[in-house]
Structure formats: C-alpha cells, structure tokens
Design a protein around this ligand. Structure first.
Ligand code: HEM
Length: 309
C-alpha cells in the first residue's frame, strides 16, 4: 500500500514556489532523485509547509520501471496548431513545489533546496505563485470551479491502486503569460465567451450557448459519454506589468492533459482555444509525481532544510 504526496491535495495555501531543475552535464539522475528523496523537513506535520516533487517521466521510468504507468512521456516537442500557434516544450528533470501560508517559509525552503541540489542540478525555473482574490486568475475569473471535490480528487488525480505507478500522479506544468490589456479591452460578455463561464460567479453556459472555441469547450473531454476531468491547482504569478497563470494540472493518466493541450492548440479540428489569443504558454513540462513511498524508497539518509516558521 502506498500513499500520495499529501501536498497535492493541501488546499488553502497562499504562497507558492515552483522550482524546475536540469541535471548538470553528465549528471546522474539517480543521485538527483536520491538527494531530493532524502529531504525530510517540509514533510513534518508541524510547520504547515508542503513539498511536492515531480520527476521527468523518462527519468523516472529508467529508475523505477515497475512503478511507472505505461506510456508516460516527456513534453518532448512543441505542440503546433494548423495556424502556427505553438506550445513550447521545455522539459526539465525535476520539479519541486513548496506551498505554505507565508512567503518566508516558502522562500527559506526554496533557498535550502537549491543549495542541497546544487551538486546535481542547475535551477532552470524559479516561479513564485500566489492566490489572487482568493481563487481567481489574473484575468478576473474564478479558476477551479469545475475541479472535482476533495472527495473525488484522488480518483481524478492519482494512478489507480494496483496498477504501475499507483498513487502517483501525472503533472502538466506550464507558465502562461497574460496580455491583460487586450483581454481587459473586451466587454465582460465577450470575456465570458472566451472562457465559457460568467465572470462574477462562474456560472456555466447552457450547452447550446457555449461557444465552440471557448476555453471550457476546448478543455471538456468526453469518452463514451463520460467526462474525463483533471485536478487543477493553478496560481497567479508576476508583477503588475508582466504576469500570468501558473498552470498546475494533475491527472491519473497523461492522455487527458495532452489531449486538452492539443484541443487548445486546434490540432484535431482547427478550432483554437479563444483564451490562447490573450495568454500564451512560455514553458511546458510533464512530471511524474510518485507516491511518497516510491520516492522515499530512493532515500539513503535524512537531510533537513533549515527554515523559520
Ligand atoms: C492561461 C492559462 C489558463 C487559464 C487562465 C485558465 C482558466 C480557466 C478558467 C477561468 C476556467 C473556468 C472555471 C473553472 O472550471 O475553473 C477553466 C476551466 C478549465 N480549464 Fe483552464 N485555464 C488555463 C489553462 C488551462 C490548460 C493549459 C488546461 C489543460 C491542459 C486547462 C484545463 C481546464 C479544464 C479541464 C477546465 C474545466 C472545463 C470544464 O468545465 O469541464 N486550462 N480554466
């Protein structure tokens, strides 16, 4: 029996830091995974700081082939739609997410882990996320309305028990840059058509009124009459002049995430997600987020990060 990394489902934290690392030239993936598996402190239950770790799918598959879901893959090449719109592939080797109730905790832990991992990997992305008006993205819409409840989220986000990679999760991580000026120049009703929900209270559209190119229409997947949901933990990032959404999406299988991206890019049918005219992805990586037991099976000692509460 294995358990999921608990931070996946620890809602309500307002400060986030996402770190992506690339192995040093000739770096050893096993040593990197061991170094991160050794880290103990943020997993303690007294300080309210969560750490979630993801590993490049192909690296994880090489280290734990029997504990990898079949057909998981890296974000190996850009996704380009028929009109040239493209989602970049910037796959890295390791992803670490700290989430807590204060920026200080998240900051100190990030400084600590960068130091611990320096012998093995270089920091490739260092992104601070925060909650904007509780649960809105910076374009002003409530983000997460269609998320499963916390009772259903494990079924949506985790690889099913009894299958390879059980209680792990597949993560899509993307940094999206908003053009708030151009989105803000639309009338509210036109913004709502872009998203496919109302702005104030996130009401759904009647099916016949939902524009085919709205974000909701492009990301709603159905298979044999059943919806295929994902579990999103997005946050806002940036400054008043340069900002966007950190897309953090977990799924029990990779098909859903990849299919949503293809549909957003217009690959299957030429219909591109209207949101992509106002926001563009700057990065894109997949990670396998193993169960805590699988990750800890690589540990050979205990390493403490020092940070203040
Ligand atoms: C700039 C980036 C993005 C922004 C600002 C954004 C924002 C939103 C908003 C406002 C909603 C409607 C409310 C809700 O259900 O949460 C939504 C729905 C959704 N988004 Fe996104 N999103 C972004 C990127 C993505 C990406 C990259 C994916 C998938 C790979 C995705 C998947 C979904 C899904 C599955 C839904 C629910 C659809 C349904 O109603 O069933 N989003 N998003």
């Amino acid at each position: 029996m294995s358990n999921a990394q608990v931070g996946l489902f620890a809602m309500g934290t307002v400060s986030h830091n996402y770190l992506e690392f690339s192995l040093l030239p000739n770096g050893d993936g096993l040593e990197l995974v061991r170094a991160v598996a050794n880290i103990e402190t943020p997993q303690s239950s007294v300080n309210g700081l969560n750490m979630v770790v993801g590993i490049r799918p192909s690296l994880w598959a090489s280290l734990a082939p029997n504990d990898t879901p079949p057909q998981v893959h890296d974000f190996a090449s850009p996704l380009t739609g028929p009109d040239g719109f493209s989602m970049p592939a910037t796959q890295r080797d390791l992803w670490v997410w700290f989430a807590g109730s204060s920026i200080s905790q998240v900051f100190d832990a990030s400084v600590g882990i960068i130091e611990v991992l320096t012998p093995y990997a270089a920091l490739a992305e260092d992104l601070q996320g925060w909650s904007y008006r509780q649960n809105r993205d910076l374009i002003g819409f409530i983000d997460g309305s269609a998320n499963p409840s916390l009772l259903e989220a494990p079924d949506v986000a985790l690889v099913p028990p009894g299958t390879p990679g059980e209680n792990g999760s597949i993560l899509l991580f993307q940094k999206w840059l908003h053009d708030l000026k151009s989105f803000g120049s639309l009338r509210t009703e036109d913004q709502e058509k872009v998203i496919g929900r109302t702005k104030l209270d996130s009401e759904e559209f009647e099916p016949e009124e939902l524009p085919k190119n709205s974000h909701v229409a492009r990301t709603t997947l159905n298979q044999n009459g059943k919806e295929l949901p994902i579990f999103r933990r997005n946050t806002a990032y940036g400054t008043p002049t340069e900002n966007g959404t950190v897309f953090v999406g977990f799924s029990s299988d990779q098909y859903r995430l990849h299919e949503m991206l293809k549909r957003m890019s217009g690959i299957p049918d030429g219909t591109r997600d209207a949101l992509t005219y106002y926001s563009k992805p700057l990065t894109g990586s997949y990670y396998f987020v193993p169960s805590i037991n699988s990750l800890r099976s690589f540990a050979d000692k205990t390493e403490f990060l020092t940070f203040e509460n």
